[in-house]
Every structure is written in structure tokens, then in C-alpha cells.
Design a protein around this ligand. Structure first.
Ligand code: SF4
Ligand code: SF4
Length: 371
């Protein structure tokens, strides 16, 4: 790993054999993922061609490394190249080949040479009990390393639920006093990119936005980029029609499960979870948990481990535009369906009666027509 350089993303990609066609394709896909019109594609291209790569220091605290796994296993090959080349990843104690005091020196050198310019990426959180002894890096507590590295960062990206909201480490009873980045660092812009892990395309999108516009994306009240966390999974879920019509899976292997009905009653958190899983999906856009018949467990929301047991349905989910919970909808629809069936039978009986009254002069296919 080389210390930060002044190469642009495109120059580095060229060195890695990425041709211009693939590069432009990636820029177009990135602009679309950011919700930008085609008119913005040249802006994305220009940024990647002309702006020096952002120096990034990537720290790892209490975590399982699933964010890095997601990041380096992006579905699209060109996206994967971009991910690893669009930033100047100067320190990453999981990916770097070097170890020991030399790499800690590189971290401090980047902090000094790029004061106020580097991006601090944080994966995992920091235990605060007993002086932070439950997670140490290079002989220092991770808490200290985090605070030291954050001091001169331009901005901080908190990757994943651990860094954004604490995840399982901070769930009750939180024996190590684990805390997410935003509770430990003040006075710095912090972008939370939660998910366990976050989607690779979302991670790329956040970096592309920062590189293209030299600004941070608009954030919601949990500090998440609105462009990726602005909609509930439920809004784009392909099972939504079943939710709306009150058709729910009631047991893992029931008829509804086989028919792919809505998983709300099996504990799906889609109605209250803001993320892009139902849009970008996972594994080359092949699917997401709901595709496999598993409910969303709401990993992109604050305190999701403490928000009641998984696989237990949410109570009182309000459906926009309808003043009912899904249970009420189900009951109402049962009644409506009953009324509908009744009405259908009455109609059929009336038609039968009418057909008996018709004469042959009424024309073919009418009198006495078969049902
Ligand atoms: S409750 Fe879950 S499965 Fe049902 S429509 Fe919403 S997101 Fe999809
Ligand atoms: S489907 Fe739900 S639990 Fe799964 S990654 Fe998306 S937000 Fe997290």
C-alpha cells in the first residue's frame, strides 16, 4: 500500500487495465444509482478524470468485517475496481499487507500531510468501559486511535450498523460499553451508512457522491444519506401487493409461504426500515432476504437488536393512506371478500334467472347461454 498520491481515479483504473467503455458505463450506473439524471454523467466522469483521489484512513474497531467483505465483493467487476481505486486507501488494518509500527506511522503521516483533507472511514465501534481495553490496535485502545484520527479528518464515514448505531455490541446489556461513532466524536460531519453489512453499491455511491461534488450528501435524522435511505423497503417490495390485499404468511411452511405472500406477520421490518435492499438487492442484484422467504430484521435502523425479538410481527404498523393495521386490513378484506363472493353468487343467480326469461329472438349466445 502506497501513501496517498495525486493520481485521479481514472488514471489508476487505466493502470489496472480498465478500458474507457467500462469506465463510462460505471459512471453512468453510478449517476443513476445516485438518482441523478443523464445530464450529470459528464460531471461524474469529469470528477473521476480530474480530481485527485481522496486519501482515506479506514479503521476497524469491534466488528466482524462484513462491511469490508461487502465492499470488496461488489457485484460488478468494474464497480469492484472503482471501489478499491477511487479512493487512496492509505491505511486499512484489515486489508493492508504491512503490519506493526510502520503502518501506524503511515496513518500518522497521512494525518499530518493531509490535515483536514482525508476521509476517515470507520468500521466497527469502540468499547468505552475499563479504558477501552476490550479493543486495542497497535497497543492503543481503539477509542484513543479513533479520537486521534478523527481530530483532523475532513469528514467521517461510519460504515455499517456497528459504527452507525452500535449494532449487537451495543445491545443490552452492552458489557463493554460499546458506542457508535456519533456518540464519541463531535464537531465533525459524520455520514452513517448502516446495514449489516451495507450494500456495496450504496458504499460506492456515497464515495462517488463525495468525489463528484466535493460535498457530503443530504442526510436524514439518523445521519444516513437520503438518496439511499429515503425509502422504506416496504415501498419497493415485490410482495407489497400481498400486504395491501391482506395475504400474509402465517407459518414458515404454509401455503402462503409457498405462494410468496407478505412476510409482515413473520416479523418483517420492511414497513419501518429505510434502506435500499428492495431496490439494489444483493448478490449481483439477484435477491434480498425477502426474496428467499426471510423477513427483513431491520438492520439499518437504530437499536435494531433491542427493538423486540426478531420474527415477531410489528404491532400497529400504519399503512399510509389507510387508517388500519395489516391485521385490520386482513379482517376487512375477509369481510369484503365474503361480501364479494355473496355479490358474485347473487349476480350469477340473477343472470341465470334472466337467461330463462330471454326469448330466442334475443339473439345467439344470450338466451340460455352456458355458464
Ligand atoms: S412487510 Fe415485508 S414482505 Fe411484506 S411487503 Fe413489506 S417489506 Fe415486503
Ligand atoms: S433486508 Fe433488512 S435486515 Fe436485510 S440487509 Fe436489508 S435492511 Fe438489513
Amino acid at each position: 500500500m502506497e501513501p496517498s498520491d495525486q493520481f485521479t481515479t481514472y488514471q489508476v483504473l487505466q493502470r489496472h487495465g480498465v478500458d474507457r467503455r467500462d469506465f463510462l458505463k460505471f459512471c453512468t450506473q453510478s449517476a443513476a444509482a445516485l438518482g441523478l439524471s443523464a445530464a450529470f454523467v459528464p460531471k461524474v466522469v469529469a470528477a473521476m478524470e480530474t480530481k485527485p483521489r481522496i486519501p482515506v484512513l479506514w479503521l476497524h474497531g469491534l466488528e466482524c468485517t462484513c462491511c469490508s467483505e461487502s465492499f470488496i465483493r461488489s457485484s460488478h467487476p468494474i464497480a469492484q475496481d472503482i471501489l478499491l481505486n477511487m479512493v487512496s486507501l492509505d491505511y486499512d488494518d484489515t486489508l493492508q499487507a504491512a503490519a506493526g509500527f510502520q503502518v501506524e506511522e503511515i496513518r500518522r503521516k497521512i494525518m499530518k500531510d493531509y490535515k483536514g483533507q482525508y476521509l476517515l472511514a470507520v468500521e466497527g465501534n469502540a468499547p468505552t468501559k475499563d479504558g477501552g481495553v476490550y479493543c486495542t490496535v497497535g497497543g492503543e485502545s481503539f477509542l484513543k486511535v479513533l479520537q486521534e484520527t478523527a481530530a483532523d479528518a475532513k469528514a467521517i464515514v461510519a460504515w455499517g450498523s456497528c459504527a452507525s448505531n452500535g449494532c449487537i455490541q451495543a445491545a443490552r446489556p452492552n458489557p463493554t460499553g460499546a458506542m457508535p461513532v456519533r456518540k464519541l466524536i463531535t464537531g465533525k460531519p459524520i455520514i452513517n451508512v448502516p446495514g449489516c453489512p451495507p450494500i456495496a453499491e450504496v458504499m460506492t455511491g456515497v464515495l462517488t457522491y463525495i468525489l463528484t461534488f466535493d460535498a457530503l450528501p443530504e442526510l436524514d435524522r439518523q445521519g444516513r444519506p437520503k438518496m439511499f435511505y429515503g425509502q422504506r423497503l416496504h415501498d419497493k417490495c415485490y410482495r407489497r401487493a400481498f400486504f395491501d390485499s391482506g395475504q400474509f404468511v402465517e407459518a414458515w411452511d404454509d401455503e402462503g409461504a409457498r405462494k410468496g405472500w407478505c412476510l409482515y406477520k413473520m416479523g418483517c421490518r420492511g414497513p419501518t426500515t429505510f434502506n435500499s435492499c428492495s431496490t439494489f438487492k444483493w448478490n449481483c442484484g439477484q435477491g434480498w432476504p425477502v426474496n428467499s422467504g426471510n423477513p427483513c430484521i431491520g438492520c439499518a435502523e437504530d437499536n435494531f437488536w433491542d427493538n423486540g425479538p426478531f420474527y415477531q410481527r410489528l404491532s400497529n404498523v400504519v399503512v399510509p393512506g389507510i387508517d388500519s393495521t395489516p391485521d385490520q386490513i386482513g379482517k376487512t378484506l375477509t369481510v369484503i371478500a365474503g361480501v364479494g363472493v355473496g355479490a358474485h353468487l347473487i349476480t350469477m343467480a340473477a343472470r341465470k334467472q334472466a337467461s330463462k326469461l330471454k326469448t330466442p329472438e334475443d339473439g345467439p349466445g344470450q338466451a340460455g347461454e352456458k355458464e
